[in-house]
Each structure stands twice: as C-alpha cells, then as structure tokens.
Design a protein around this ligand. Structure first.
Ligand code: SF4
Ligand code: SF4
Length: 131
C-alpha cells in the first residue's frame, strides 16, 4: 500500500501526540517500558488503550519510549497525520517520500533535521513490532 505514514527523528523527545488525535484507526503507538508493551490510545492522554503489541527487543532498545511508532500493518494511508498542520516538528512522511539526504529529497517545512537521511525509520517502523 502506498502512503503509509513513517515517523522520523524529529519526534524524538517531542512526542506531543498530535498525530494520535487525528489517526482514525489508532495505529500510532507509544512504548511503555514498565509494562514492556507498545500501546495505542483512542485519543492522546485519555488512558483508554485501543490496541497493544509486543515490541521486538533489539529494535525497541534503540529509541525506547523517546519516540512514537506507526504500525505499518495497521496504517490505512488515510493521510490525516501527515497533513502540514498536524505534527509541530514535521516528523511524519509518507513511506515513498521519506527523505534520504540526497539533493532530490524534500523535507517538511517544520522538520529541524533537513539534510538528514531519514530512511532508517522506514525499516525500523516495521522492526519494532514483534507480532
Ligand atoms: S505529532 Fe509529530 S512530534 Fe507529535 S507525536 Fe506525532 S510524530 Fe511525534
Ligand atoms: S496515515 Fe492515517 S491511518 Fe496511517 S498513521 Fe496516519 S492517521 Fe493513522
């Protein structure tokens, strides 16, 4: 499927969950280190867990709970979370348009990491879900 959302490095330590509030299928996950689960909420901060998954230990160890993760198997490519007015730091790209740092790369206006290669996050988004 094209148009799957990928969260990249600008989300690290920001995690304001604006994307969670607009996702209609609750496929954007937070990691709870105490419980060792990835969980998604119906609405950011409402405490109502909609889905949960087991994380892959090696993949989750890289950023742990510093960033949010889109489950690419559940994302319906609805486009809501990567509209320009949603993520305050421009962290979300469609999979096909994740910038690789080359001259042809196009970055979101608010992405503070312009020029960086974000393609690591395409595979990492998949690797982090163990089930
Ligand atoms: S809106 Fe952006 S910064 Fe906020 S949690 Fe989502 S990806 Fe991270
Ligand atoms: S594109 Fe739609 S379904 Fe996919 S993560 Fe964003 S809001 Fe959720």
């Amino acid at each position: 499927m094209s148009g799957i959302a990928i969260i990249t490095e600008a989300c690290i330590d920001v995690k304001d969950k604006a994307c969670v509030d607009v996702c209609p299928v609750q496929c954007i996950y937070e990691y709870d280190p105490a419980k060792g689960i990835l969980f998604s909420e119906v609405e950011a901060g409402n405490g109502e867990i909609e889905n949960q998954h087991a994380p892959s230990p090696d993949a989750i160890a890289i950023f742990e709970d510093a960033v949010l993760y889109v489950n690419t198997e559940e994302c319906t490519s609805c486009t809501a979370c990567y509209q320009p007015d949603v993520c305050p730091v421009g962290a979300i790209y469609t999979e096909e348009l994740v910038p690789d740092g080359s001259e042809k790369s196009k970055y979101n206006a608010n992405d503070p990491n312009k020029g960086h290669d974000h393609t690591f996050f395409v595979q990492h988004s998949r690797d982090v879900f163990a089930d």
